[in-house]
Write a protein that binds this ligand. Sequence first.
Ligand code: AMP
Length: 283
Amino acid sequence: MDIINDPKEIQELTSRLKCSGKIISLVPTMGYFHAGHLSLMKWARENSDIVFVSLFVNPTQFGPKEDYNSYPRDFERDTKMAQEVGVDYIFAPEKDVIYEPDHGTWVSVPKLAQYLCGKSRPGHFQGVCTIVLKLFNLVNPHLAIFGKKDYQQFVIIKKMVKDLNVPVKIIGRPIVREIDGLAMSSRNSYLTQDERKQAANIYLGLKKACEWTKNGVRDSETIISKLSECYMEHIPSGEIDYIEIVDPTDLTPVKTIDKEAILAVAIYLGKARLIDNILLEVK
Ligand code: AMP
């Protein structure tokens, strides 16, 4: 496995590889790997010839009061883990090389960014879209793999690629969870032991909501208020940012669940802001 820091070098390398007919995949990450990240890399390994993983804590997707400085980082551990799952190249650029002092172009998908996390994290998805498009232009992959844990991000990236005719196929992969159901996240490392125990109830609540839907509850407001009560009881240290039921494609709020919908939640717990989601199905 090779580590590349220089954007020009990566661009030259990938255009050579593409000319030789290799199928290239890219897994964009901010590092501090866990089994969720590794599942994306393994999928890429099995479905392409050359696997690139970008490792870049992107400053422009963090708000001024968010955790950019304290975001967990462990480059050595990450490179070992990536090597073990067969990654070919890690692209780990410096922030000042990616964003030169005169950087002045931004990509946004405002219609989709107005919902869910976009409300409490203004500018977040503009930062995400800008870095992801830059990475696509640098690596020029055939496939890019994203986790559905960040469901809104997945939908926004797909839309950006479609609207701007970016020649890459976006793959969405399932959420990988801890044994007790908590969605894996680099930010879980912020939790104290007690918070970590409470955090498992995020997914337990989502599963209950799935059951309510299957048992005939179709009114989103009813599900949201039942789930909110459940979280207040079982996650007493948490503060709900949002619980919403939205259309899986355009993220618009769903009032009555008469077809598949996404139930998405964000909860502040200690130093972490945790997100999760589940597909509600109507049988
Ligand atoms: P991050 O490093 O948090 O920016 O995440 C990099 C990629 O890994 C994104 O596409 C995430 O959606 C994905 N990811 C993060 N956590 C999980 C998880 N628990 N299961 C599946 N994919 C994940």
